[in-house]
Design a protein around this ligand. Structure first.
Ligand SMILES: Cc1cc2nc3c(=O)[nH]c(=O)nc-3n(C[C@H](O)[C@H](O)[C@H](O)COP(=O)(O)OP(=O)(O)OC[C@H]3O[C@@H](n4cnc5c(N)ncnc54)[C@H](O)[C@@H]3O)c2cc1C
Length: 514
């Protein structure tokens, strides 16, 4: 038996580490138990292809963290532990089969110039939406940073009501329920502008026709101009190293190779954990789980897991799967839309109807013929990630089947499917093939083997469709970062406010215990 801790945290994802750091700084004795040999979960930087090329295996864009509560509180300490952000003045663009592109710059006037060259008829609506985000951002961000339901959230909505009026508040509510197709049809004329916005929905599991997709698309597409994009200098894992540094500097510990096999429960109260090694660690105050909620019943004693309030969480549904292709390159892709070389993200949908079809195919277990791609070019702003003059490319293939309907296994088809993806990119960047020094493919099955939370390669830790979002995340009865077991709290992508490197749910869980 190990010495008792104030708070035990299962899992060292961004939220587990954020909760641990905030609690450690507040004087609590914390221990983070991680099953992998390295901390960070879906944040990991490795020289995966060839030495000298540093790839963010999973998350790359740290914009949510940079603007979030954990950075606001611990920014100084994180910097002291080696975490530095590299901002981008050109966060993202969409490119199209005819060789054209629309780029969103961290400067609304520049973005309007780019838009005017391709879709002059949409400029007015874009400017109106930019002004609207300026008005709405404090309230939207306020709600995203509050537990749901909570007094804080109600206060934010009340302030929104006073500032925007009833109609304004209802308009914001409509945005949270609208699909990206409906939202972009309402605002834009040109299919390229619509696609520019809708690809952001595909970062989560919002195909163009899914209710709720408009919120994230609006925040990211319009917000790109106001907030830009940031990546971690040297790789996203520098954030993990810095958080571990803050935890240790404040008396806490992060222990890897320590898989929790059971959460001990006495009279419906969580009392500690048992590790795969058989070691028991007790928690004086609480256990926080950074484990995908769907995996939680398996960690509870049988008599507790059998309770219907616990079993309910087994119905928490995954989003679709993701595949990553990492490339070491002699040079940046020779995009036909040349200017695309200067952006951190290049999106290829290309159009809303293509994205809708991709989603339908993937949901039915078929490999999409026209994959939706998010192509990260981190070395545009952080050349330290590759040898001089060379580059890494981060290719995220969105919306893939969790399981293949024809019975084949992901690891049997992933290289072949990666060839199809490369062919698609090549059609937008002829000559790319000759620039590839090395390639590494991480299939959905590989993602899950790196991190059990990514069930079947779902990068989101659970679908974000409205039935599992807001106060309904993960399932009714498990909200507000509490489980039905006393003193067993939850954080992570499967809890409000969902996936992404923000640390917000970790901060909310920590706030309950400080
Ligand atoms: C390929 C990919 C690309 C992404 N890109 C971006 C991006 O650019 N920007 C962005 O904001 N977001 C991105 N995301 C999403 C984001 O990375 C995740 O939503 C977020 O990192 C999840 O954090 P988490 O706190 O839920 O924990 P996780 O990252 O899921 O980590 C949980 C940890 O818990 C451990 N664990 C689980 N069970 C146990 C157990 N029983 N005992 C001990 N340890 C356990 C796991 O090993 C894991 O390390 C991406 C995700 C993926 C997969």
């Amino acid at each position: 038996m190990s010495p008792a801790q104030d708070v035990l945290i299962i899992g060292s994802g961004i939220n587990g580490l954020s909760a641990a750091a905030l609690l450690a700084v507040s004087g609590k004795k914390v221990l983070v138990l991680e099953s992998n040999s390295v901390p960070g979960g879906a944040i990991r930087t490795e020289q995966l292809t060839v030495p000298g090329f540093h790839h963010d295996l999973f998350a790359m864009n740290l914009g949510l963290f940079a603007g979030g509560a954990v950075m606001a509180k611990l920014g100084g300490e994180l910097t002291a532990h080696g975490f530095n952000l590299v901002p981008s003045t050109k966060p993202f663009c969409s490119i199209f089969p005819d060789g054209s592109m629309i780029g969103v710059e961290a400067d609304p006037a520049a973005t309007v110039r780019n838009l005017a060259a391709i879709a002059p008829q949409d400029v007015k609506a874009w400017e109106e939406l930019t002004a609207k985000l300026g008005l709405w951002a404090p309230f939207l961000i306020g709600v995203l940073n509050s537990d749901l339901p909570s007094v804080d959230a109600i206060k934010t909505l009340w302030k929104a009501h006073r500032a925007l009026g009833t109609v304004g508040l209802f308009e914001m509510t409509k945005l949270a329920l609208q699909s990206t197709r409906s939202f972009t049809d309402e605002n834009f004329v040109c299919p390229k502008t619509k696609a520019l916005m809708a690809t952001w929905g595909m970062h989560l599991d919002f195909a163009p026709d899914i209710s709720g997709g408009a919120l994230f698309s609006f925040l990211e597409a319009i917000g790109g101009q106001l907030f830009g994009m940031v990546i971690g200098k040297g790789g996203a894992a520098t954030l993990v190293t810095a958080l571990v540094g803050v935890i240790e500097a404040n008396g806490g510990e992060v222990r890897c190779n320590s898989r929790v096999t059971q959460i001990t429960v006495d009279k419906r109260r969580a009392t500690g954990v048992v590790l795969a090694s058989g070691e028991i660690v007790l928690a004086r105050r609480a256990v926080i789980s950074n484990v995908n909620p769907r995996l939680m019943p398996a960690l509870l004693p049988d008599h507790v897991a059998a309770d219907p309030t616990i079993k309910r969480v087994e119905k928490f549904q995954s989003g679709l799967a993701t595949m990553m292709i990492h490339l070491a390159l002699l040079d940046l892709p020779p995009w036909t839309a040349q200017e695309a070389q200067t952006y951190n993200y290049v999106h290829i949908g290309p159009y809303i109807d293509d994205m809708a079809k991709t989603y339908t195919d993937a949901a039915a277990g078929r490999l999409p013929e026209s994959p939706t791609l998010v192509i990260g070019q981190p070395t545009v702003t952080d050349p330290s990630r590759a040898p001089e003059g060379k580059h890494v490319l981060w290719v995220q293939v969105r919306m893939l089947p969790l399981e293949l309907a024809d019975g084949s296994k992901w690891n049997d088809v992933s290289e072949q499917y990666a060839d199809l993806v490369m062919k698609k990119i090549e059609s937008y960047a002829p000559g790319l093939e000759k620039l590839v020094i090395a390639r590494a493919v991480l299939s959905p099955a590989d993602l899950e083997s790196y991190n059990v939370n990514l069930i079947n390669g779902d990068s989101l830790g659970g679908s974000h469709h409205p039935a599992q979002f807001f106060f309904l995340r993960p399932v009714p009865g498990w909200g507000r970062h509490r489980s039905p077991v006393k003193d067993l709290y939850l954080c992570g992508a499967g809890t409000w406010p969902g996936g992404g490197v923000s640390g917000a749910s970790g901060a909310m869980a920590a706030k309950i215990l400080v």
